[in-house]
Ligand binder design. Structure first.
Ligand SMILES: [Zn+2]
Ligand SMILES: [Zn+2]
Length: 161
């Protein structure tokens, strides 16, 4: 998402409205995210531009419990500084009067990326024996089975009490 800033003179701003897709780093499953960005870019002088605005991302992912496709909407605020040939950690670098907003958008999405996604708070998940979606009813498996290693542990704990 490139912004040409050569016509933005010192002290003036331009509005930025953008809708498109960004790609998150590989370890995020389904890493194509559709994004809407709405903000202002300002030439603050000394080869610096600030971008202030807000974004809305729609992340298509899966329910952690039943694996059904779920899309999650996240919003985020952006307050970014772009500096020419900067190696300051708090600033994004640009060159040739072109700013690339995409790395800043991705960084903001990762900050609000949901740690846990469920299709509904009542999701019953999948049967761990047969894989049946328990939201659609019982499968008849006996899921009271306890791993023998835990059984042994339980005996140990019982003795200690
Ligand atoms: Zn679910
Ligand atoms: Zn089952």
């Amino acid at each position: 998402m490139l912004i040409d800033v050569k016509n933005i003179t010192k002290g003036s701003s331009e509005s930025v409205v953008w809708e498109g897709n960004v790609t998150l780093p590989q370890d995020y499953d389904n890493n194509e995210v559709s994004v809407k960005i709405n903000g202002n870019i300002t030439n603050t002088g000394e080869d610096r531009f600030s971008f202030n605005g807000m974004g809305e991302a729609e992340i298509k992912t899966k329910c952690d419990l039943c694996l059904k496709p779920v899309s999650v909407k996240c919003t985020f605020d952006m307050a970014e500084i772009f500096a020419k040939d900067s190696d300051d950690e708090g600033e994004w670098e640009y060159s040739d009067k072109i700013l690339d907003l995409e790395p800043a958008i991705i960084a903001n999405i990762l900050l609000v990326y949901p740690m846990r996604v469920v299709c509904s708070e009542e999701c019953k998940g999948l049967c761990h024996i047969c894989g049946h979606d328990l939201n659609e009813g019982e499968c008849g498996c006996d899921r009271t089975y306890i791993d023998p290693r835990f059984e042994k542990l339980r005996n140990v704990l019982d003795k200690e009490v």
